[in-house]
Ligand binder design. Structure first.
Ligand SMILES: [Mn+2]
Length: 408
């Protein structure tokens, strides 16, 4: 038996019997409401009433949210109790959710496409001086509106620089936008508006908190029910299921993958050995509101972690996670996954590190954490900047060093 050094920042038992029961109850309670949402949406598609971003008057809703959130800064935060327009807030949020869901279902990947992977290629130029793209990766924000409000004006500036100097700018938020921090509804609405305002530049991936048994238990659900309704809580969770799990950027030097948790493992129960899935062949059952209806691979992409203090003499390559769901995996599993899926560099969130990031496995598996306050812990929150022509020399930015400013 090897001893693993205790890690006070690991989310021990984050998923437990209590969360499973709460999740199951919430899911069962919301099921009729969820069916109604699906029915209404399907009818709208049949009636030809779906409207794309930029083609409808509803797009002014995005501008309204965008303008509303522009008044806030780290020094002037919105109240947990007040929402845009108050009386009309729920209706407007519902429209925003619907537009956001359409963005992922229609524009990013079509309804018939089973694998929620977003692929982007930057192989077009071999000239390193002409930079084809700048990529930014943000880890868990967990309702830390205080930090998000600093990040977004910085990114708006970067998008403008990209337009002026003709290179692409992609910003990926790697899940866990809600729970923990009290301003999580605001945090999510701001990120959704940012995504819809700059649809060519911004991507939001699903985290393990964008699932009902977790967000019914860790704060978001309680807040949505208190300030709004069960219907809105159902609408949010119906939308979360359509967020993509993975984004891949193919660059000259190699491919970069982003996902929330970790490498999925298919254990062979009789031999103790394992396989790693080839993701584009794997039959996903990922678009599920509730964790127990997801396939194993999807669950693990959202929940797995790397082993931190690995003893190579132990012979064991993976363990059941102390989080209560999923596995922790070693370097060998990461390498096998990278070979099978042609990945060279991977960025993920999910784990808290006091310095805001951690490089694992020969600096090829990188954890980012992007909230300065996390359950009463002070974190040196970080985000990553990467040039697609020079992927291994990425910059690690300190969120505290960004100044809070009003958006133009
Ligand atoms: Mn997480």
């Amino acid at each position: 038996m090897i001893t693993i050094a205790p890690n006070e920042f690991e989310e021990e038992n984050e998923f437990n019997e209590k969360t499973r029961i709460i999740g199951e109850q919430s899911y069962k309670t919301l099921k009729p409401t969820l069916s109604k949402i699906i029915e209404t949406q399907t009818q709208m598609i049949f009636d030809g009433k779906t409207q794309r971003i930029g083609e409808s008057k509803e797009s002014t809703i995005v501008d309204e949210f965008w303008t509303y959130y522009s008044q806030f800064s780290s020094e002037n935060l919105p109240s947990e109790e007040r929402y845009y327009g108050d009386d009309s807030a729920e209706l407007k949020i519902t429209i925003l959710i619907r537009m956001f869901q359409d963005f992922y279902l229609e524009r990013i990947y079509p309804l018939s496409f089973p694998v929620p992977i977003i692929q982007k290629s930057y192989r077009s130029t071999k000239n390193k001086i002409k930079k084809p793209a700048k990529l930014f990766f943000v880890g868990d924000t967990h309702g830390s509106f205080f930090d998000t409000i600093k990040l977004i004006p910085f990114f708006v500036g970067e998008i403008q620089k990209g337009q002026e100097n003709r290179y692409e700018v992609k910003i990926v938020f790697i899940g866990d936008f809600i729970d923990r921090g009290k301003l999580d509804i605001h945090n999510l609405l701001l990120l959704m508006s940012f995504n819809l305002k700059f649809p060519q530049n911004v991507l939001l991936l699903r985290g393990n908190h964008e699932e009902i048994s977790i967000n019914a238990h860790y704060g978001f659900g309680t807040r949505v029910m208190k300030h709004f309704s069960q219907l809105l809580f159902a609408s949010f969770n119906h939308m979360f299921k359509d967020l993509p799990l993975i984004s891949i950027f193919h660059c000259n030097e190699g491919s970069i993958m982003c996902l929330h948790g970790g490498i999925p493992i298919i254990p062979n129960k009789s031999t103790g050995e394992y396989e790693v899935p080839q993701l584009n062949l794997y039959q996903f059952n990922n678009r599920q509101v509730w964790i127990d209806e997801m396939d194993d691979v999807t669950q693990q992409i959202l929940w797995n972690d790397p082993i931190r203090n690995y003893d190579p003499n132990s012979g064991q390559k993976y363990f059941k996670s102390r989080r209560g769901i999923g596995y922790v995996f070693n370097h060998e599993i990461f390498n096998a996954f990278c070979i099978k899926n042609k990945v060279d560099l991977l960025f993920r969130g999910h784990q808290v590190f006091i310095k805001g990031y951690h490089k694992h496995f020969d600096n090829r598996f990188i954890t980012i954490f992007s909230a300065t306050n996390y359950v009463k812990k002070k974190i040196d929150a970080k985000f990553i900047e990467l040039d697609s022509g020079d992927i291994y020399n990425f910059k690690v930015h300190d969120i505290q060093e960004l100044t809070s400013q009003t958006k133009q």
